[in-house]
Structure formats: C-alpha cells, structure tokens
Design a binder for this molecule. Structure first.
Ligand SMILES: Nc1nc2c(ncn2[C@@H]2O[C@H](COP(=O)(O)OP(=O)(O)OP(=O)(O)O)[C@@H](O)[C@H]2O)c(=O)[nH]1
Length: 625
C-alpha cells in the first residue's frame, strides 16, 4: 500500500466509523462529544443548482451513478470514497448502510442513493444532514473522498418547504465553515463569476482562498468569441490554488447515454486542441482535477495528523474520566448490590453530616431558627392583649366567683399565668417545624450532592422517603418534648418569684402610714381599683417574661436533642431496616439506573473504542512514511 492510499484510506475508515456512531459533525449541546469527523480533512463539493456538480463527480469517478432530475436531487450529503484498485479488476460500489452488498451495476447505485435519501427524508423534498456513504472501487479512480452537498438555490419551487433555501445554505455551511474542509467550488463558465453561489460562499468562509479549489464547468457552452482565461488564470478571482476548467457531458450526451470514458477522452481533446486553453491543457480537465485533489488531500491529511492525534488523545482522556464518573455497570448478585447500596448510603450520610456540622452550608439555618425565628415569635405573642386591664379584671373577677379575694387574687394570678403560658405552644411547635424543614432540605441537598447516587433515581427516591419518614418521627418526638416543656411551666409555677411580691405591694402602704388614722389605707383603697389590676398585670407579665427566657433556652435544646442529634445518629436506620427485608430482585430494582445514563455510558464506551482504534490506525499508518 502506498502512503497516499494508506492516509486517505485511513481517513475513510475513521469517517465511516464516525458515521456509524452518529458523528458527522455539527454536534452541539452539553453532551456532545468532540467531533472526530470535524477534525478530519474532507473535500466538500459546493455549487449552485445546475452548475455541473454531479457531472464533475461522475467525471472524476468515470461512471454514471448519480441521481438526476429536476428540483433538488441531492438532499443528503453523499460521502463518496474512491478507492483505486489494480488495473483489470472489476469496478464495484458499496454502501455503508448495506455492507454486504456489492453493486456492479451503477444504475442500481443511482437507485439506491435515491431510495436511501427517501428513507430518511421521506418522499418530501426535505433535506437531511445524515450522510450516505458510498465507496467505489475501481482502477479508473484516484484515492479521494468527496462530499456531494445539495446545490445552493435561490428560490423554493413547488412542493418544497419555504425554508429550503436557508436550510440548504446552512447545511452546506456546517461543512465549509470547518477549517479542515477543502472547498471544491463549482461555477459554470457561461455565467458571470461574480454571481457564482459557490464563490460567494467560499469568499465568506475562506477569504484568503487557502482551502478553496475553483472549478469552472461548461467551458464549451461559452458564447463564441469569448473565453474564460480571466477566471482560469486567476485574474477575476484569485485563489491560492490554480483554477481548473472542465468540460462535462452535455445534456444531449447524457440523454444519448454517452460513455463516460469517451467523455473523458473528448474533454482531453477539447483542451489539447483549444486555441484558448492549449497552454493550460496539462492543468485542465476532470482527470487532472481528481489527481490534484487527491494529492492535496493527502498532504493536508499528513499535516493534520499531529492535531488529529492530539484531539484523539484529549478525547480519550475525557471519555475515560467521564466513564469513571459514570461508574461501573451495576453488579448482578444480591450481596454485591447490597454492598453497593450501603456504600452509597455511607457517602450520603457523610455529606448530610457535613451539612449539619459545617463544611457544607445549611446547618447554620438551624441556628437561625433558634437565634432569630424563635425569639421573634416569642416577642410577638399577644401578652399585651391577654394582660390588658380589661382582660385582667375579667379573669381575676371570674376566678373569685361570688366571694371576692381578700388579699392577693391567688386564683386570678394562676388563671392569668396559665392562659399566658398556653401561648408558648405556638412558637415551640413552629421551632420544631422549622428545624424539620431545614433537615428535610438538607436531606434533599445531600442526595443531590452524592455523586454515587446520581445514577440511581429509584434509590434516590427510596432513600429520600425513608429519611423523611425518620425526620417525621423525630419531629413528633420533638413536638412532644417542647410541649412538655411548656406544660411543665404551667404545671408548677415558681413560687419564689411571687414570694417577693407582697413586700413590694406593701411598700406604698408603709409610705402612707402617717395618714392611716385619718383615711383608709390607699393599699386597701386600691384593692379593687385599676392600680391593683395593673400591678397584677405587671407581675404576671414579669413572670411570663421569665418563663419566656427559660423556654428560649430550653426549646432549642429539645429540638437539637430530638431532631438534629437523632438525624445524625439514626437518619437511615429506618432505611436499613427496610432494605434488610428485601430479596435480591427487589434490591436490583433499587439499582435500576437512569436509562439516559446507561445510554451515555454505552455511547462513551463506543466512542472510546472508536478513538482508540483510530489512534492505533493512525499510529500504524504514520510510521509507514
Ligand atoms: N455542455 C456542457 N454541459 C454541461 C457541463 N457541465 C454540466 N452540464 C450540463 O448541465 C446540466 C446540469 O449539470 P449537473 O451536473 O446535473 O449539475 P448539478 O450542479 O449537479 O445540478 P443539480 O444537482 O440540479 O444541482 C446537465 O444537463 C449537464 O449535462 C459542461 O461542462 N458542458
């Protein structure tokens, strides 16, 4: 095998493997792989409709095999891979999508291109970017790969979608935009080069003309007395590579089924005998074009091999990293499955604890409950209303029944205090709920942050359910505890606090002792007056505020003890008790991976294989040189 054959053949093989994996360039989105296809040098045939693209391709091949007709015939890219075989061997064609079938009859090749186009696009006139791969093995070709693209058009005709003009242009652009694409720009000589669709596009994407090969067809159809030397000699539009003039079969020749080999000979004669182009004859014609392209493609491939290899190596590294991240496929035996599940639980539990103890955010929100929410809620309790003069009078009077109290209204005090203490239930329960929601949110976060769990949506759901069931239980316990704290305050009041009160009450009476004989003591006078009730209200308020201070400290202790501490100690106990009852098959259900992930793992593995194979092939060919 010569080097040229090996290099072009190598790219052909890699291209075919890429297509099988759905890589034909243009991949987008977060999940897109590096496109190996895009890194490979290709020759794309670009031209306006009827510019002679099909004719040029057929001339290069030396066979009649492309569908013809009116409208847009080429509706999918055709990757045409030409393989030179030894003189005297039979010519045949093969499609990538029909690997076992050898086409000897080229009329059937044409039909298969049509049928395969319709298979993807339907009979509609839609276009599709999925390429058709056709390999032709013949002694009459040079090793070369060309991609035939739909002809650029200006207007949609009957039966074509409105967007066809832009659709074709954007498909053609996805090829010619790539710096590795060699543009074979076909323009007809009987049309002003300034209006050539191919040149217009090439100018845009390759302004320096480095990767554009200008081809001028229909030289024989120019008006008598005119010639295309201005273009062919690079004066009308300069490119880095010389222009190539072509004379293809005319429509009449096609209708007559004129032999392609004969057409090649006639083309040669045309240039050899042409008074205008005789001096350029050796650099004109489709055979020369094929050789020129083949040589150029080979040299471009050679120069790109280091960058292709570096892309491949980079992709291999990325894929291996991703496969690592995606983890191994799930084990099949129950023991290994249980082990996998427990490992993941451990990983989750670790993250959950980091959230609580610090290192990850979120645990501080529990402190926020105790430091802000609880004090604010306690402050907002409606003690002012409960201890308003009117309410105190009512409660104290009601407590005395028909016999008014003699000294301090013991029952009245108790009722007022009991009534006030009842208000503490609200903030106490609200604190428990607030802590519960923080914990629940931390469970959710921790599950999301546990890399290992990402693959197993069912396990995530079960784990979350079990953890939340435990949190619910802790919440119940915690509520009981805080309510008990409040009830304990109601059950036994701090008598010490009240023992101080009579002395304070007597003080105004002592101050007024001089007047005692003249008038009744103001203390006695005040016994059923507003001042008396105000004093009661203020005493009760002071007591309640003392209890509030106590609860402010004890409610957080109960919450932490019953909820936070328990969550750290036993969050997954319920889950463990559940899975220990499960049979092997049910364990397997927990480990049903997300199908998207399974698909991604498979895709990565296939890509990895492609890249490794491509690397080996390149290594083997590169050393032949
Ligand atoms: N006389 C002459 N006719 C040509 C030449 N090149 C192409 N033609 C004719 O021009 C017409 C269009 O050529 P095609 O090769 O079908 O052009 P195309 O660009 O593939 O056209 P679409 O696939 O429709 O976009 C056909 O009738 C060809 O016979 C040429 O060099 N000389």
């Amino acid at each position: 095998m010569t080097t040229m054959e090996s290099l072009i053949g190598l790219v052909n093989r890699i291209q075919r493997a890429c297509t099988v994996l759905g890589d034909y360039g243009g991949g987008t989105g977060d999940n897109a792989f590096n496109s190996l296809w895009e890194a490979l040098p290709t020759v794309a045939v670009v031209g306006g409709q009827s510019s002679g693209k099909s004719s040029v391709l057929e001339s290069i091949v030396g066979r009649d095999f492309l569908p013809r007709g009116s409208g847009i015939v080429t509706r999918r890219p055709l990757v045409l891979q030409l393989h030179k075989t030894e003189e005297g061997t039979e010519e045949y064609a093969e499609f990538l999508h029909l690997p076992k079938r050898k086409f000897i009859d080229f009329a059937l090749v044409r039909k298969e291109i049509q049928d395969e186009t319709d298979r993807i696009t339907g009979k509609s006139k839609q276009i599709s970017p999925v390429p058709i791969h056709l390999s032709i093995f013949s002694p009459n070709v040079v090793n070369l790969t060309l991609i035939d693209l739909p002809g650029l058009t200006k207007v949609a005709v009957e039966g074509q979608p409105e967007t066809i003009v832009e659709d074709i242009e954007s498909m053609v652009r996805t090829y010619v935009d790539k710096p590795n694409c060699i543009i074979l720009a076909i323009s007809p000589a009987n049309q002003d080069i300034a209006t050539s669709d191919a040149i217009k596009l090439a100018k845009e994407v390759d302004p320096t003309g480095e990767r554009t090969f200008g081809v001028l067809t229909k030289l024989d159809l120019m008006d008598k007395g005119t010639n295309a030397l201005e273009v062919l000699e690079g004066r009308s539009y300069k490119l880095q590579h010389p222009w190539v003039g072509i004379v293809n079969r005319s429509q009449a020749d096609i209708n007559r089924n004129a032999d392609m080999m004969l057409a090649r000979r006639k083309e040669r004669e045309y240039f050899d005998t042409s008074p205008d182009y005789g001096h350029l004859a050796s650099k004109m014609g489709s055979e020369y074009l094929a050789k020129l392209l083949s040589k150029h493609l080979e040299s471009v491939i050679r120069s790109r091999i280091p960058s292709i290899l570096s892309l491949i190596n980079k992709s291999i590294e990325e894929l291996e990293r991703e496969l690592d991240r995606l983890g191994k496929p799930v084990a099949v035996d129950a023991g290994a499955q249980l082990y996998t599940i427990l490992e993941m639980c451990r990983a989750f539990d670790k993250i959950f604890k980091e959230h609580l103890d610090g290192g990850r955010p979120g645990g501080d929100r529990i402190y926020g409950v105790f430091d802000n929410q609880l004090p604010a809620a306690l402050k907002k309790l409606p003690f002012d209303r409960h201890l308003s003069l009117q309410s105190v009078k009512r409660i104290v009077s009601e407590a005395d029944g028909y016999q008014p109290h003699l000294i301090a209204p013991e029952q009245g005090y108790r009722r007022l205090i009991e009534g006030a203490l009842g208000y503490f239930r609200g903030p106490a329960e609200a604190s428990v709920d607030a802590v519960h929601f923080v914990l629940k949110e931390l469970v959710r976060k921790s599950i999301a942050e546990t890399q290992e769990l990402k693959r197993f949506p069912s396990l995530q759901v079960e784990l979350a359910l079990a953890a939340n069931t435990s949190l619910e239980k802790f919440r119940e316990e915690s509520k009981k505890s805080v309510i008990r704290l409040v009830e304990m305050e109601s059950a036994y009041l701090t008598a010490e606090f009240f023992r101080k009160l009579p002395q304070e009450m007597e003080r105004p009476a002592v101050a007024n002792s001089k007047n005692q004989a003249a008038s009744p003591s103001p203390a006695a006078q005040d016994l059923y007056g507003d001042g008396h009730f105000r004093r009661i209200a203020s005493n009760v308020s002071a007591y309640v505020s003392m209890v509030s201070d106590t609860l402010r400290n004890t409610i957080p202790k109960a919450c932490v003890y019953c909820q936070v501490r328990q969550a750290k100690l036993a969050l997954l106990n319920y889950f463990y008790s559940q899975i220990s009852k499960r049979e092997g098959k049910q364990l397997g259900l927990l480990l049903d991976e997300d199908p998207a992930l399974m698909g991604r793992r498979l895709e990565c593995a296939q890509r990895l294989e492609l890249y490794k194979k491509a690397r080996d092939e390149i290594d083997a060919v590169a050393w032949v040189r």
